[in-house]
Design a protein around this ligand. Sequence first.
Ligand code: PEP
Length: 253
Amino acid sequence: MRKKIVAGNWKMNLTFEEGQKLTSEIVNMLKDENIKDVITVLNPPFVHLYPVKKLIGDTANLFLGSQNCSDKASGAFTGETSAGMLASFGATYVIIGHSERREYFKESNQLLTEKTKQALANGLTPIFCCGEPLEIREAGTHEAYVKQQLTESLFDFSPEEMSKIVIAYEPIWAIGTGRTASSDQAQEMHAALRGHLASKFGKELADNISILYGGSANPGNAKDLFSKPDVDGGLIGGASLKSRDFVEIVKSF
Ligand code: PEP
């Protein structure tokens, strides 16, 4: 059975106090709701990670993730944070290859392979992001484009390694724009990506990989998106900054 996952990506938002308040609210709401079959992940900026972890405590099905990690294990890389450091205080997920990092920090498919290796070597679950820009969608070559992102970054991993990776399909034109992909568009791409993974790693493995949708998901559209057979959850940006909205999305399965 594939895991259902809703991961919040705070991006570069919130002061220390705001982050503590948001986390406390989410923890309390999730405890009240007692949601059993959905994994919730909070991915705050680096400086929030440890205090957020303390607030999460032993809350059932609530986990800590980072928005990024270094492609190196340790050493003279000023300003970087290693996957080992993240794991050492209890982070269990890490977002890799978000389109903002690909675009603004020029992260290549090859670099993302190295980051994914570091995550896996330190027991973190990579949430590997992929997705096409608007012009590629409009040209109708979006499936080939996104498949190639997976091929170039992930297809040299062993089946065992691949089985530990979560995919997040995030069409760039839908991120932070309020323009969500329709649930049919999401399903079409998720099924294509699962087929692509199956072609390399086999159907059984592909059937067990969680593929999340990201891009202007909110409490109003999450139910429809999550009703699709190949949509196993969401990577949530803007709506993860409001506790009620975020928890409503978690409850949308
Ligand atoms: C994201 O940044 O991963 C994202 C999906 O953002 P938003 O939900 O705001 O579109």
